[in-house]
Structure formats: C-alpha cells, structure tokens
Ligand binder design. Structure first.
Ligand SMILES: Nc1ncnc2c1ncn2[C@@H]1O[C@H](COP(=O)(O)OP(=O)(O)OP(=O)(O)O)[C@@H](O)[C@H]1O
Ligand SMILES: [Mg+2]
Length: 352
C-alpha cells in the first residue's frame, strides 16, 4: 500500500472512531463495557447520569458497584457460568434487572448485553434503560382503570339500579290499575315486570363485577363469592379457603389480589379446561400467600399471547408481591402470589 493509501485508511479509522464516540456521548441509554473480570472499561455520559458516578471514578471498578447486593452475587455467578459453559442467560437477550445508584437508591432497568472480542480478550457491552418512569406510568394506568371501574360500578348500582327499582314500583302500581279494566293483559304485564326485575338483577351483577370490593374487609366474602360464581357458571369445583386480610391492608392491595385470582380462574377454565380450581389465601401476621391451583392441561408448548399474565405480573409488582407461576403439562397450573405487608404506615399512605 502506498503512502496515500495509508493516510486515507487512517482518516477513515479516525472518522469511525469519532462516530463511535459521538454515539456513546449522545446516547440516551447508558452504555457500559466490562471486561471478562467484570471490571468497567467504559462508561458513557448517560451512565454517569443514571448512576451518579463520573466515568473516571467508575472505570476500573467492578461492575457490581452498580447493583444492589443480592444481584451482585447473581451477576458473578452468571458471568462465571457463561465463561465456563458458554450458556448465556442474558447475552443477546435482555431482561429486567435492578440497578443501584451511588447514593444507594435502587431502580428498575432494562438491560441488554452484547459480547465482542479484541484479540483474545472478551468484552461485554451493556445497554441500560431506566424503567422507573415506565413503571410509574404502568402503575398509574392500572390504578386509573381500577378507579374508573369502581366509578362505573357505583353509577350502575346507585344510578341505574335506583331508576330501575323506581320503574318496577311504578309498573306494579300501573299494572294493578290496568288489570281492573283489562284483565286479559295480565300475561303481558307480567312479562314487563319480569323484564324489569331481570334488568335489576343483571345491573347488580355488572356493578358487582366492576366493583367487587369496596373495603378490604370484604376480601374473604368476595373471593368466596367468586368461587361460588365460578362453580355455577362453568359447572366445575372451585373450593375456596380464605383468611381475612390483616387490618389496615390497603384497599388497592385487596383489589389487585382479587383481580389476580379472577384472571387465574379465567385462564384455568379457558386454556386449561380445568375441572377443579383450588383457591387459597393465607395470612400469617403480615405475610400473605395466595394460590390458585388448577387441574387443567398446564401451559401448552406454544403459549397464547394475551395480556392477562402480564397484567397479573404488574399487579403483583405494584403491591410489592412476588408472582410465581408453575405449570406441568397434563397436570395443571398453580399461580402463587406472596407478599409481606410492610409495617411502615408510609407505605399505606402511598398505596392505600
Ligand atoms: N391455567 C392455564 N392453563 C393452561 N394454559 C394457560 C393457563 N394460563 C395461561 N395459559 C397460557 O398462557 C397464555 C397467556 O395467558 P394470558 O392470560 O396472558 O393471555 P390470554 O388468556 O390468552 O388472553 P387475555 O388474558 O389477554 O384475555 C394463554 O394463551 C395460554 O396459552
Ligand atoms: Mg388470560
């Protein structure tokens, strides 16, 4: 290669280096590179902002400083396993993890990791997106929809319900008068009365579906009622064992738990073809355990792509619970939700 060829190559190299740097500098996502020993090699401005470390402080330190303690151990284990076995848990995929800022606060992150080699050295590049705002929005949307449903339920019950009751009374009075002059109209009049009464029952049921619980003390009765309705509607067994919620459990927690059970029942019937669904809710002190166990088909190899499980997961997270779904093909599915109610009353203020 001639002298000019070399110069051109060098120019091209410099240009691409400048471009790479510009990408790193201006990226909205945090981009962090680590080496095989888990030490930070590069830390872009978005990472500085996200974690509160300057790049020069972060570089050279173990990446574990960016994670809260339980995740540190996991991370070391993942890296070691990957280097030994080549089995990737996260590389090329991406997952939700928890980050820790310099000041010790933690926050949810979506992390995707890529790998590259320079010579025989391996590096991992993580791209991180702060999920705090998204999670807050998700929680907000859920609570808005819950409030809307409550309001609709109330309107239906108080507004429409009252009107229908009025209509039923007037019809009854009118029927009495009409019958004195036209007794032949009796069957038609009875049909009208029946229709109005059906409307009352139906609007009550709808109101109840929209607003199953208006006080957390109603939780056990509401679950029992749900089990009873399930038995009636689908002709299956649905035994319910339910403890009362500890006093001062926020209403929102009761509603989220109820909706989780509701979706689990739906799925068990619709997808699992269950003949029996056990619902159990235990409260030991402030530690709560909910389980919905069905004897259906278990998850199919190719799952449907609905919203139900995802919303269940959000609900669990919003109330600070852990959701665990176990499924064995041919033997059914169990949805477990466990949660420790915090003793602090501030939590009740924010979640109540
Ligand atoms: N109890 C269950 N038994 C068997 N398969 C299940 C069960 N629960 C969920 N699944 C499988 O998981 C998939 C996803 O469930 P999910 O509740 O998220 O969505 P969906 O029920 O299909 O739709 P949606 O809930 O939005 O109406 C289902 O389509 C089904 O394949
Ligand atoms: Mg579903």
């Amino acid at each position: 290669m001639g002298k000019y060829g070399l110069v051109r190559q060098e120019q091209a190299l410099r240009k691409s280096e400048t471009q790479v740097r510009a990408i790193l500098e201006t990226a909205v996502d945090a981009i962090i590179t680590i080496n095989e020993r888990g030490r930070i090699e590069s830390f872009n401005p978005a990472a500085e902002k996200m974690f509160g470390y300057a790049a020069r402080e972060a570089i050279g330190r173990p990446v574990a400083i960016l994670m809260p303690p339980p995740y540190r151990r996991d991370h070391q284990r993942y890296v070691r396993r990957y280097l030994e076995t080549g089995q990737a848990r996260i590389i090329g995929i991406g997952r939700e993890v928890v980050g820790q800022r310099r000041n010790g606060t933690t926050f949810p992150i979506y992390l995707s990791v890529g790998e590259h080699k320079i010579g025989n050295q391996r590096f991992f590049t993580g791209i991180l997106r702060d999920l705090t705002e998204r999670k807050r929005m998700e929680a907000e949307i859920l609570s808005i929809s819950e409030r809307e449903q409550q309001r609709l339920g109330q309107d239906l019950h108080d507004g429409l319900g009252q009107l229908l009751t009025g209509a039923a009374l007037q019809t009854k009075a009118l029927a009495a008068q009409v019958l004195t002059v036209a007794p032949a109209l009796k069957p038609q009049l009875e049909r009208v009365t029946d229709l109005i009464n059906d409307c009352i029952v139906r609007s009550r049921e709808m109101a109840h579906g929209l607003q199953p619980i208006s006080d957390s003390a109603e939780f056990p009765t509401a679950l029992q009622e749900l089990g009873f309705q399930t038995e009636k509607l689908f002709s299956i067994d649905c035994p319910v064992r339910v403890d009362a919620l500890p006093p001062q459990t926020p209403l929102s927690t009761a509603i989220h738990l109820y909706r989780i059970v509701q979706e689990a029942i739906h799925n068990a019937v619709r997808h699992g073809g269950a003949r029996r669904i056990h619902i159990s809710f235990k409260a030991m002190g402030r530690s709560l355990k909910l389980s919905v166990r069905d004897d259906g088909s278990g998850f199919p190899q190719v799952r449907g792509r609905g919203m139900g499980l995802r919303i269940m997961d959000y609900r669990a997270r919003v109330i600070g619970a852990k959701l665990d779904i176990r499924s064995t093909r041919g033997q059914g599915t169990t949805v477990l939700c466990s949660l420790d109610l915090p003793v602090k009353s501030r939590w009740e203020e924010t979640h109540g």
